[in-house]
Every structure is written in structure tokens, then in C-alpha cells.
Ligand binder design. Structure first.
Ligand code: SAM
Length: 211
């Protein structure tokens, strides 16, 4: 299961959010950097699945640069910020157990993996793997522990609310992805220290290529 505190946090934010950048939890919006990174890997006609789209910070900027985007996000309170575009399909659905009988050139999962416990995320990664075409990519941005797992489970002074996040140790997160059977998994460390504010954690991007 997704931790109840995590569900409650996102559900409550989705009910009161005023501006799309509020899903960044007081961290800077790095979507321009992420788009320029992604465009090293995506092509103009790619069919893209985005899991946990939130308020569309990434996909709103990506939609004119790829073929089509299917966006999966549980809360309509967030997806109302996703642009109307004939190339964009928005599905309000639970990520756990989400599968479509369709294969994508690329599956994106940005800022979502830390919402889930390891075993649950392993199953979500498995489902994502199953929806990638041969030769396609899974691109994951997640927040990891550097030396050990770091778990935030309780009242966050910074967010002034109950919060749950699991910042799993980066080598172990990479191993989870490798275990799915990808031909190649590369780890990238592209984010500025304005995002990486804690000494024991960092945001990474994993680019995983299916054989
Ligand atoms: C930090 S936001 C990331 C949003 C977006 N990908 C981005 O990079 O800006 C995490 C998102 O995961 C979504 N999420 C968390 N648990 C979920 C679940 N069980 N099913 C669907 N979406 C979920 C939250 O609603 C939230 O929109």
C-alpha cells in the first residue's frame, strides 16, 4: 500500500492547490532543466506515458515536443492545470496496479517514486516496464538517500503537516530498476543544490533502456 500519510498529503493538497508549482513542496521548479535533459532522449513523434503527472509542470512543456502524451494522475485537483491539447490524454487513476494494453516509446515517472514503499514501487516499476516498447525508455526522477535510506514519516516542520516519503539509497534504487531486465540503466545527477538542500539525499534521474 501507499502510506496513508502520503495519500492524505497529496489528496489534501489537491483540494487546496492554487498554483501548479505548489506540487514542488517549496522546492524550485526545475522543469526547464528537466525538459532540456529529456530532449536528449525523446523524439518528435514519440508516444509518451507519464505516471504521476501532478499539475503538469513537465508535460505541459513537453507536449509540443513529442507525438502524444498519456498522463496518469489520481487527483483532478492537480490535473485541472494540465493543458487542453488534442495530443494529451489525461487519465485520473490510481498508479498502483495501473496498466494499459498499449506500448509506449517512453514512460516517464518524475517525483513519484518516493511516495511509495519499496515493495509497492517495485510492482509499479514492473507495470511500467510492461508498457514500454522494445528499445523504448523508462525515465525516472527520484529523490534518494546517498549512504542509507532516509524515511520521513511524521510531522514535517517545513510543510507544516503530516508527511511520508521514502528516499531510498541510490544504489539500491538503481538495482531495483536493473532487476526489471533493462538492457541498460544510466544514472544522472543534473540538479542544482537549490533543489538538493539536504546533505544526505539527492535527486537523480535514471534512464533505463529496454532491449
Ligand atoms: C511531486 S508530484 C510530481 C508531479 C509531476 N510528475 C512533476 O514532476 O511535477 C507527485 C505526484 O504523484 C501523485 N501520486 C501520489 N500517489 C499517487 C497514487 N497512488 N496514484 C496516482 N498518483 C499519485 C501525486 O498526486 C502527485 O501529483
Amino acid at each position: 500500500m501507499e502510506k496513508a500519510k502520503s495519500t492524505k498529503y497529496w489528496e489534501s493538497l489537491s483540494r487546496k492547490i492554487q498554483s501548479p508549482t505548489e506540487t514542488k513542496n517549496k522546492r524550485p521548479d526545475t522543469s526547464d532543466l528537466e525538459i532540456s535533459f529529456l530532449m536528449n532522449f525523446l523524439k518528435a513523434d514519440d508516444d509518451v506515458l507519464d505516471i504521476g503527472s501532478g499539475s503538469g509542470l513537465i508535460i505541459n512543456k513537453l507536449i509540443d515536443k513529442v507525438g502524444n502524451i498519456t498522463a496518469v494522475e489520481k487527483y483532478e485537483g492537480f490535473t485541472r492545470f494540465i493543458v487542453e491539447n488534442e495530443k494529451m490524454l489525461v487519465i485520473n487513476a490510481e498508479i498502483i496496479g495501473f496498466r494499459m494494453r498499449k506500448l509506449f516509446d517512453a514512460v516517464l515517472c518524475f517525483g513519484v517514486a518516493q511516495c511509495f514503499e519499496r515493495d509497492v514501487m517495485a510492482d509499479i516499476y514492473k507495470d511500467m516496464y510492461s508498457m514500454i516498447k522494445p528499445g523504448g525508455l523508462l525515465i525516472v526522477r527520484t529523490h534518494c538517500g546517498l549512504e542509507v535510506d532516509k524515511i520521513v514519516d511524521g510531522f514535517s516542520e517545513e510543510l507544516q503537516t503530516e508527511y511520508y516519503a521514502e528516499y531510498r539509497q541510490v544504489d539500491k534504487e538503481e538495482a531495483m530498476l536493473r532487476n526489471l531486465g533493462f538492457a541498460d540503466v544510466e544514472r544522472y545527477d543534473i540538479f542544482p543544490d537549490t533543489l538538493n538542500v539536504w546533505p544526505d539525499t539527492r535527486h537523480f534521474i535514471f534512464v533505463c533502456k529496454k532491449a
